[in-house]
Design a protein. Structure first.
Length: 403
């Protein structure tokens, strides 16, 4: 048990690190190319036949960038494709989802107070919901193919709000918001895999074969890339939300998630307008600030679901393990002054990371974290403010490893 817990912790660390690195690469290139495309000067009759150009300076050098609406007259040998940033981000994210929320489904994914289902069913629902996201989004794009793009984005927003309600009624709060982020990120990465890259391959193939490429493929790819641009900021918030209990424990966590999408669209609209030289819509910052204040207010509404009084599922094993009663006494004495519904420690207004350790059931449900943070390492209590002794840490290790 000791080796598995420690290995699992480091595996999670490695995957999270990889996921963040690849996400930075994907978001960076996405933001750059959208800004570049919007800022191109298209009022110049370029001898190269390009649709637009822009001069940029960075890192002590000057760059002259041109964009061809369909393709250049001759395909270069050293064409760079931007795809692995997206693929690596999704693959590492799904692997992290599997390690944390699937392997630990009984602790992090399923909450009996929300919906008392077997962890295996929670995993099945999770996987199917991600697939549903792409199918629903792709269908909307086909239905509204000739409509104003604002109509399409409104329809997508309705789907996202519906999924936020669904997830919060199925999974634990922390898992619900993270799944909404994974749902959206799956749409974004699938855009690259199923639409953007195939369309670009068609254009390249036509050019190599001496045929004139159809401009529609580039337009469709640009549409999906623009959608990804507007969805990026909400996804970042949702992926980070598991560190902030105020975001996921509220009774209106589904509404908080919905408002986050509106905030993301507002922010991107401002920057996209500036990059396109269409003015500076500063009103978006006021709207964003008001939305954020609304989120802050909603976060103070108590959670809708109350925790069960008795340990269930995987937690039951730790509750019945030898030494649990003594560990409960240790944790309540050393940890519950902070990890409580109403923390007694001065300056704390809510339990760190939303973890409460006031009852045997709560302690059993957090067995792995207690073991890793207070047993194997000295991560908790914070700077050992409650003076947990080495003998007590040894008892925590013995309890967990013997379960």
């Amino acid at each position: 048990m000791y080796d598995l817990a420690v290995i699992g912790e480091w595996l999670e660390f490695a995957l999270r690190w990889l996921h963040v690195i690849t996400a930075i690469a994907w978001i960076g290139s996405s933001f750059y190319f959208i800004a570049l495309d919007l800022g191109l000067h298209r009022d110049r009759n370029l001898a190269s036949g390009a649709d637009g150009e822009e001069w940029q300076v960075h890192g002590g050098g000057f760059y002259h960038v041109q964009k061809y609406l369909v393709a250049p007259s001759q395909m270069p040998d050293d064409l760079v494709w931007f795809k692995w940033e997206s693929y690596s981000t999704w693959l590492s994210g799904f692997a992290l989802l599997a390690v944390v929320y699937y392997m630990g489904a009984g602790f992090y994914l399923v909450d009996p107070a929300v919906w008392d289902i077997a962890p295996a069913w929670g995993i099945v629902i999770s996987v199917l919901s991600l697939a549903f996201g792409w199918i629903a989004y792709s269908t909307l794009c086909k239905v509204f193919v000739n409509a104003n793009q604002t109509v399409l984005l409104v329809a997508l927003f309705v789907v996202l709000v519906g999924m936020s309600v669904f997830y919060t009624q199925v999974f634990a709060g922390r898992a619900a918001l993270l799944h909404l982020g994974a749902f959206t990120a799956t749409i974004m990465s699938a855009n690259v895999f199923f639409i953007i890259m195939p369309n670009q391959r068609i254009v390249v193939g036509d050019l190599k074969a001496g045929r004139k490429p159809d401009a529609k493929y580039g337009k469709i790819a640009k549409q999906r890339s623009t959608h990804n641009n507007y969805l990026t900021l909400p996804v970042i918030f949702l992926m980070l939300s598991n560190h902030y209990p105020l975001a996921f424990t509220s009774q209106y966590n589904w509404l908080i998630a919905a408002l986050v999408f509106l905030m993301g669209v507002m922010i991107r609209h401002y920057f996209n307008s500036v990059h396109a030289r269409k003015g500076s819509p500063t009103w978006t910052w006021l709207a964003t600030a008001l939305l954020f204040l609304a989120i802050m207010w909603l976060s103070l509404v108590p959670a809708a679901h109350q925790e069960t009084e008795e340990a269930t599922g995987p937690a039951l094993r730790y509750a019945e393990a030898e030494g649990f009663e003594e560990v409960t006494y240790i944790v309540m004495g050393r940890c519950s002054m902070c990890h409580a519904q109403e923390p007694a420690w001065e300056g704390l207004h809510w339990a760190p990371r939303g973890i409460k350790l006031e009852t045997p059931s709560q302690i059993a449900r957090q067995a792995r974290e207690i073991y890793l943070q207070a047993g194997v390492s000295h991560g908790m209590p914070q700077v050992n403010l409650s003076w947990m002794e080495e003998e007590e840490r040894a008892k925590i290790r013995a309890w967990f490893e013997g379960a």
